[in-house]
Design a protein around this ligand. Sequence first.
Ligand SMILES: CC(C)(COP(=O)(O)OP(=O)(O)OC[C@H]1O[C@@H](n2cnc3c(N)ncnc32)[C@H](O)[C@@H]1OP(=O)(O)O)[C@@H](O)C(=O)NCCC(=O)NCCS
Length: 172
Amino acid sequence: MMEVAALSAAEAEAALPQLAALLIDAVEGGASVGFLAGLSTDQAEAFWREQIAGVARGDAILFAAREDGAILGTVLLQPCWKPNQPHRADVAKLLVLRSARRRRIASALMEALEAKALETGRTLLTLDTETDSAAEPLYRVRGYVPMGIVPGHAMIPDGTLRPTTFFYKHLA
Ligand SMILES: CC(C)(COP(=O)(O)OP(=O)(O)OC[C@H]1O[C@@H](n2cnc3c(N)ncnc32)[C@H](O)[C@@H]1OP(=O)(O)O)[C@@H](O)C(=O)NCCC(=O)NCCS
């Protein structure tokens, strides 16, 4: 059975190879998730180590969707550190293994993230994603409001510059 839970830093550290494989799978699938084609395991693990350090400091919450011990997806809740935005958080690294997509795993991850955000007083969520990507309809269906498109904002893994759409959602 698939379940979504927040991982402790120790749990995430133990799952580092799986987290790295998930990120590499997304990049190999052409997703615009911060990296270019050819992402190595070392680079992917280094990225996750930084996120895990954030989890350990209490600066981020990492949710994972697991089935029979295997990580199928992730999402990060990153509460804004600024004293004048104690009610806002960013959403990052919503990733689902290509082999597990369209099973509502990303939806379950976002449900868990939004519940935690609300519980911790983070009532405004912001995120961005490649315009016309698979994630765009998902965010729209979940009530995220597109606030604009920045042309040529980021490269997809093959190096092509693509636009990015920025979204927000008020949870309360
Ligand atoms: C975007 C992503 C996380 C979606 O994960 P998922 O588990 O397949 O999504 P869900 O099954 O929860 O989809 C929920 C709804 O979102 C929409 N959706 C999801 N993937 C879609 C796609 N490829 N095309 C169109 N709509 C899509 C649909 O409305 C879907 O509902 P439906 O299956 O009943 O039609 C996944 O495709 C992914 O990891 N992509 C690469 C990484 C990425 O781009 N992440 C976003 C970075 S901001």
